[in-house]
Design a protein around this ligand. Structure first.
Ligand code: UD1
Ligand code: MG
Length: 462
């Protein structure tokens, strides 16, 4: 039997003390709501409906971009979790199956728990857990095995506050029974809100079957209500991602300092030395080496690539057996073909380096194409910006670029050319040509000696 899911994401998140709605606060580069939706989709839900309200344009904007298939309903005033679910009634009018309700601030939730809850027999299944510090959670009041009620922290008696079993805010309901029961709850409580957990009492009074489902794994159901809890959740998610990669064959040294975002893919036998940040849609192949203090974002790294320590790499493509760093900055549009090498204190941007190009030290290569086997000497700069426009530098195959060459773009150097060290190249260089563009050297014989003597005498006088 299929099931549908409602995610509650209309609240402000007062305890975050933020202009941003709570569910958009990020864990590993993604809003909390992203993780909830991913888990819900993985659980096999037929349809996902999100209740939005506070700053709805921001939440809807995120949903449209990342999850256009998710429906939204609007809760104009945030009158409580029960009221939020009521706002989705219209969508479920003719639906007779199970509906799972999940809080949008539970980003560590597992797909398996959602599925298990949806498959639980009965009219209402409620997922509960246990924690030594239950402050803030609704407490599960039991009589023997049965749940009598769920009482919110603010409404709890001192004895009830001692209860360590908590409501996770994740439930599965018979859809028709849920929406009719919601009409019977009130807001006579400390927060003057319509609480969703109050439908439990209505279900019980009608003799409907309420089934508690307990999970030992409190971490996976923890609610995130402030930035301290956000950082806790991020730590847990981070450890999950690292472990998952390790089990897939990636070696990660110093794993506690490995910040790897959820969409990153890494192949087996790659060895990573943290501290490290690997972000966005980065894809790394097999048998690579990635040194410490490096940040990589939205980049494709093929296999057998070596990235040494202290590199910053974004929006680039590093092909088979290329190498980078230490201390290199690769900006968007950089492509290193097979075996190409970018070394220490080299910055690239929108630069295509063909096979086996070497730029080993101290260079800026921007808006350029460099043909295969070309050697770029230390201190080379493509002067791509004239203060008004950006221009391109084209360098051919097997070129030898002398140290400290400046290419004043637009300029083209053809195959097998050589530029003399210290040249300022302003004109195109034809094939097989040696271009030298620097002041000629003058050698004055014996002059060094006379200069020295002159200075010695000056020093004596003063
Ligand atoms: C809620 C539960 C509590 C449970 C805890 C688990 C209620 C009354 N309490 O408390 O029993 O232990 O979650 O984490 O349900 N929301 C709306 N509209 C509203 C109010 C809230 O959409 O009018 C959304 C929020 O955006 C949030 C979710 O519902 O994603 C839960 O709201 P929150 O204020 O965090 O409830 P808790 O106090 O954590
Ligand atoms: Mg909460």
């Amino acid at each position: 039997m299929g099931f549908k899911v409602i995610i509650l994401a209309a609240g402000k998140g007062t305890r975050f003390k933020s202009e941003l709605p709570k569910v958009l606060h990020k864990i590993l580069g993604k809003p909390m709501l992203w993780f909830v939706i991913k888990a819900v989709q993985k659980s096999g839900a037929e349809e996902v409906v999100t209740v939005v309200g506070h700053k709805k344009e921001l939440v809807e904007g995120f949903l449209k971009k990342d999850f256009p298939e998710v429906k939204t309903v609007y809760q104009e005033e945030q009158l409580g979790t029960g009221h939020a679910v009521m706002c989705a009634e219209e969508i479920f009018r003719n639906y007779k199956g199970k509906v799972v309700v999940v809080n949008g601030d539970t980003p560590l939730i597992n797909a398996e728990d959602i599925k298990a809850l949806a498959e639980t027999e009965g009219d209402m299944a409620v997922l509960t857990s246990r924690t030594e510090n239950p402050t803030g959670y609704g407490r599960v009041v039991r009589d023997g095995g049965e749940i009598l009620k769920i009482v919110e922290e603010k409404d709890a008696t001192p004895e009830e506050k001692e209860i360590k079993e908590i409501n996770t805010g994740i439930y599965a309901f018979d859809s028709q029974k849920l929406f009719s029961a919601l009409k019977e709850i009130d807001n006579n409580n400390a927060q003057k809100e319509y609480y969703l957990p109050d439908v439990l009492k209505v279900f019980k009074s009608k003799g409907y079957a309420v089934v508690p489902v307990f999970t030992e794994d409190f971490e996976s159901v923890m609610g995130v209500n402030n930035r301290y809890e956000l950082s806790k959740a991020e730590e847990i998610m981070k450890a999950r991602i690292v472990k998952d990669l390790q089990l897939k064959g990636v070696t990660i040294h110093n794993p506690h300092s490995a910040y790897i975002e959820p969409e990153v893919e890494i192949g087996k036998d790659t060895e990573i030395f943290a501290p490290i940040y690997i972000k966005g849609k980065t894809k790394i192949g097999e048998n690579c080496h990635i040194g410490p203090f490096t940040e990589i974002e939205d980049t494709t790294v093929e296999s057998n690539v070596k990235i040494e320590s202290y590199c910053w790499i974004k929006g680039s493509v590093l092909k088979e057996s290329s190498s980078v760093g230490p201390f290199a900055k690769l900006r968007p549009g950089t492509v290193l073909e097979e075996g190409a090498k970018v070394g220490t204190f080299v910055e690239t941007k929108n630069a295509h380096l063909e096979r086996n190009v070497k730029a080993n030290h101290l260079s800026y290569l921007g808006d350029c194409h460099i043909g295969e086997n070309t050697n770029v000497g230390a201190g080379t700069i493509t002067c791509n910006y004239d203060g008004f426009n950006k221009w391109r530098t084209e360098i051919g195959k097997n070129v030898f670029v002398g140290s400290n060459t400046l290419f004043v773009a637009p300029v083209k150097v053809e195959d097998n050319a050589i530029t003399g060290a210290g040249s300022v190249i302003t004109k195109d260089v034809p094939e097989n040509t040696l271009a030298i563009a620097r002041a000629r050297q003058v050698n004055l014989e014996g002059k060094a000696k006379s200069v020295r003597e002159k200075n010695k005498q000056k020093r004596k006088k003063s």
